[in-house]
Design a protein around this ligand. Structure first.
Ligand code: SF4
Length: 512
């Protein structure tokens, strides 16, 4: 399919946390702008959530009435730094907005929040259900917004190519409902669909496109090359740079503009046995650290962000080293792996001077046996030193723990509890997750697994845990023991609800 037109519209569909622009679309914008191609964007996530939260609502209970009466004030508050100076006030604003969104589905099918979208009857991992969302878009609570916004844009701009970026399951049903609305308004417009979730689906072994006749093209991986080829332009990875100009004026729920930036795609480590990066064999493509630094300087100069969010799976040691040499007034955060670098106090202090406000660390377990089992490449002694050094340097830590991997027993989970308690003073935020087995990774073949019935697009599989450490037992352990420990409960209370790591840096000493 080759198009002769330059008129492109890029859409970020609901629902994901509406706190920063979508980095994938910003990369596409950069590629189009550099070639002087007319394009526009719609952040339908942000607009859709604003639409739903401000729609009139008939309510009877006091809590909802109060939440409705404070929508404007709460939206406004989340865009101001003062709301982030008091965690309780912030929590109240977020919970009240979520309450209003939860009450907005008049058919009683959907559950909408600031971070998620679910439907009680249809699933985002069943292709038949996605087609149903496409065929009956009026059942989606965002439908009045989709219809009004898309008809306006079709009348005004005549886009001939519309690209949707679908990255998370929470966006899937709304994406198909939005495309269904679009097709009703104009069956001739070309629709392409890309993004992280589409990439994961298309990289499954034996992939067969169930959306033929609905979507004109599905794109796996970085979309710039595919989009440019549709309009007869060449792509050159070395010279591309994201463009955020159209996102800059949008009212994201953050106390200033957050600049999302990827210094790489894929993961430089790619050895963790449970990780989709390994299961999907995604290639690692870093941008040279010197180029990252110069691109960032230029973006910071033109956009004046309050925070830089590195969206890499893990910032490489070379990238961290380059950052540590560049003192900056703009705070930043992102995922890193525990390596010997962080065990050096001087290095952590240099990172702090470079603006590092918070590091997200996939520690996963406090049991060395478990970490070695899935090739995480973490030495717990180095992890302990790193956490201490980061604390000393004034860098917050967001530590991710994973329970229920095939290598873990209850005893190992107890070791994770002990490790976390012992080092609780060095952990600022905590994320606790239950292990999901990637359906097509090498481990799936070694375990006793059951496919998830009719969920033909599921990326995960149920499995029988070799040590009987099942999800029900893990949940009980987490609820009755882990979360209840005084030291851990105190860390969990620090977490900004709903926005979690996206807003966590604002609850450190990161803001000037
Ligand atoms: S470091 Fe993270 S992204 Fe990289 S392989 Fe391990 S889990 Fe996956």
């Amino acid at each position: 399919m080759r198009l002769k037109t330059n008129n492109v519209l890029l859409i970020h569909p609901p629902v994901v946390r509406p706190c920063e622009p979508p980095p994938g679309i910003a990369r596409l914008c950069g590629a189009l702008k550099r070639r002087s191609i007319d394009y526009d964007i719609i952040d339908a996530n942000l607009e859709g959530l604003m639409f739903l939260s401000q729609r009139p609502l008939v309510v009877r209970d006091t809590w909802t009435r109060r939440a409705v009466s404070r929508v404007e004030r709460n939206l406004e508050a989340l865009m101001q730094p003062t709301a982030y100076q008091n965690l309780d006030r912030y929590k109240q604003a977020v919970y009240e907005l979520n309450r209003v969104l939860a009450m907005q589905d008049r058919n009683g099918n959907a559950e909408v929040s600031l971070a998620n979208y679910q439907d009680r009857h249809i699933s985002p991992v069943k292709s038949d259900d996605l087609i149903q969302a496409f065929e009956s878009p009026e059942k989606n609570p965002f439908f009045p917004y989709f219809e009004r916004r898309l008809s306006g844009v079709l009348e005004k701009g005549h886009p001939r190519l519309i690209g949707f970026s679908l990255n998370f399951l929470s966006q899937a049903l709304c994406t198909f409902a939005m495309i269904g609305t679009l097709r009703r308004l104009d069956p001739t417009v070309r629709v392409i669909l890309g993004g992280g979730l589409i990439t994961s689906w298309m990289r499954r072994p034996g992939w067969r496109n169930p959306f033929e006749g609905i979507i004109d093209g599905l794109v796996a991986g970085e979309g710039e090359a595919s989009l440019l080829s549709l309009i007869d332009r060449e792509y050159s990875a070395e010279s591309e740079v994201s463009d955020f100009d159209k996102f800059l004026p949008l009212p994201y729920l953050s106390p200033g503009f957050i600049l999302p930036y990827s210094a790489s795609s894929g993961c430089y480590w790619r050895r963790c046995a449970f990780c989709p990066e390994q299961a999907e064999a995604n290639p690692y493509r870093p941008i040279a650290p010197s180029r990252v630094i110069s691109q960032l300087k230029s973006l910071i100069r033109s956009l004046n962000p309050i925070l830089v969010h590195f969206t890499d799976n893990a910032l490489s040691p070379a990238m961290l080293k380059a950052l540590s040499r560049e003192p900056s007034a703009v705070p930043w955060y992102g995922f890193v792996r525990i390596t010997r670098q962080l065990a050096e106090p001087d290095f952590c202090r240099a990172l702090k001077r470079s603006g590092c406000a918070m590091l997200q660390i996939g520690l996963e377990s406090g049991s060395q046996k478990v970490l070695d089992g899935f090739s995480k490449g973490i030495d717990l002694k180095i992890a302990q030193r790193s956490l201490e050094n980061l604390k000393q340097a004034g860098i917050a830590t967001y530590v991710y723990l994973l329970f229920g991997t095939p290598w873990e027993t209850e005893l190992d989970a107890e070791k994770t509890l002990d490790f976390t308690v012992k080092h609780s003073e060095t952990i600022t935020f905590l994320n606790l997750a239950l292990f999901n087995l990637p359906a097509f990774g090498p481990q799936a073949a070694e375990l006793d697994t059951t496919p998830l019935d009719a969920e033909d697009l599921s990326l995960y599989r149920r499995f029988t845990h070799p040590a009987g450490w099942h999800r029900q037992k893990i949940r009980r352990f987490l609820d009755t023991k882990f979360r209840r420990h005084k030291a851990i409960a105190a860390i969990l209370r620090n977490d900004p609800p709903v926005f979690t790591s996206n807003h966590a840096p604002f609850f450190t000493n990161a803001l000037p």
